[in-house]
Design a protein around this ligand. Structure first.
Ligand SMILES: *Cc1c(COP(=O)(O)O)cnc(C)c1O
Length: 392
């Protein structure tokens, strides 16, 4: 059986745990999304924008000097950092904006943490001539001023969120509130494989192009399949985008890298798969970080895009059935990973991506025989220069 099932579940994870007012909306979206899956005109349109506007296909690059350094690993980088706006997020926002247009919506809303999803959404909305409102926590607005300017330049309205911890999860709550109030003309673009059904499967399908291309490209270069796939996991969209096309290739091992922040045994990390409980957050059942009395805990990571207390339900499922392994990397290790790729390959990765890079050194020590790896280079590091200045 292909998952999710009819109720949007991946095993015990996923689903749609939302107020009744949202139920009809989600069912509407589900119906349209299902019909678009077999709509060749929609597919052609999406492919067109991915290719002509975003810059697909992205290269699968053999990182030779990095591989020499790692000794036991031959590493290929899937270069999502080449895409317009600098990361994989544009794949998803282009897809969802096209769905919104099909549904006749004229107004786009989104939540954003670091501002990367906000920028990708504002970009796609500008491209399609749609009104765009982005909810962003006050804390994040202060920390990510450059992305706020970008969104405004792209014509989006950035609404400061002052409730709760004034960060991503609160922005998501506000966006949901807006959606309930303005359903008639508004489409809500979620930025990762999280949220209520059908978002996790919809975002996965839009990001699956990463793995489809990588699988084809790797076979053309090596004549076989890779031994390992590695990607960082925030909500989990770049990882699931890479993993999905390889799900049935049982010999291909998958590793998702969460953010361990100050350390997985401290209160300051963003590793719900390693250290979280199962519960409901933002309409879906999945692993999440909570306090003893069941409140959502604030996540911490040096990488703003990994700083989310939940994770997409399909990753919880992959973990549960043992299809993927989930590991974690601290802030400090991620910084070394960032320096390693910059110095060895002349590629400055995003701090998020640097978590996956950092894990390569650990994997290199683990493997016995030479192994082939595809790593999802989810984004470029220009956006993080201000933040990493003290560590250079
Ligand atoms: C947002 C972001 C991530 C984390 O999001 P996922 O949904 O887990 O992929 C990772 N890398 C970059 C560059 C990002 O901008």
């Amino acid at each position: 059986m292909t998952l999710p099932d009819r109720t949007g579940h991946f095993g015990e994870f996923g689903g749609k745990y939302v107020p009744e007012t949202l139920m009809a909306l989600l069912e509407d979206l589900e119906r349209i999304f299902k019909s678009l899956k077999s709509d060749s005109k929609f597919k052609r349109e999406f492919d067109f924008y991915l290719r002509e506007y975003a810059g697909r296909p992205t290269n699968l690059y053999h990182a030779e000097r990095l591989s020499t350094h790692l000794k036991t690993l031959k590493v290929y980088l899937k270069r999502e950092d080449f895409l317009h706006t600098g990361a994989h997020k544009i794949n998803n926002t282009l897809g969802q904006v096209l769905v919104a247009k099909r549904m006749g919506k004229t107004r786009i809303i989104a939540e954003t943490g670091a501002g990367q999803h906000g920028v990708a959404t504002a970009t796609a909305a500008a491209l399609m001539g749609l009104e765009c409102v982005v909810y962003m926590g006050c804390e994040d607005i202060a920390r990510q001023a450059l992305n706020v300017d970008r969104m405004r330049l792209l014509g989006a309205e950035v609404v400061p969120v002052t409730s709760g911890s004034k960060t991503l999860k609160d922005a998501m709550n506000e966006a949901i509130r807006d959606w309930v109030t303005n359903v008639n003309n508004t489409f809500y673009i979620i930025g990762s494989v999280a949220g209520p059904h059908p978002y996790p499967v919809m975002v996965r399908d839009f990001q699956a192009v990463i793995g489809q291309e990588a699988r084809r490209q790797f076979r053309a270069k090596e004549g076989k399949l890779p031994d390992y796939l590695i990607a960082c996991v925030g909500g989990g969209s770049n990882a699931m985008g890479l993993f999905h096309a390889f799900f049935k290739d049982k010999k291909v091992k998958m590793i998702g890298v969460e953010a361990a922040g100050y350390g997985i045994n401290t209160q300051h990390h963003a590793a719900p798969l390693a250290k979280g409980d199962v519960g409901v957050l933002h309409g879906s059942r999945s692993n999440l970080l909570e306090t003893k009395d069941g409140q959502i805990r604030i996540a911490h990571s040096i990488a703003a895009g990994l700083d989310y207390p939940g994770v997409g339900p399909e990753h919880s499922y992959y973990k549960h059935i043992g299809r993927a392994e989930y590991v974690s990397v601290t802030d400090k290790e991620a910084l070394s990973g960032l320096k390693l790729l910059s110095a060895r390959e002349g590629i400055i990765p995003a701090l998020e991506t640097a978590h996956a890079i950092a894990y390569l050194e650990k994997l290199a020590r683990r493997v016995k025989r030479k192994a082939n790896v595809i790593l999802c280079l989810s984004g470029r590091g220009d956006k993080d220069m201000e933040q990493i200045k003290p560590y250079i």
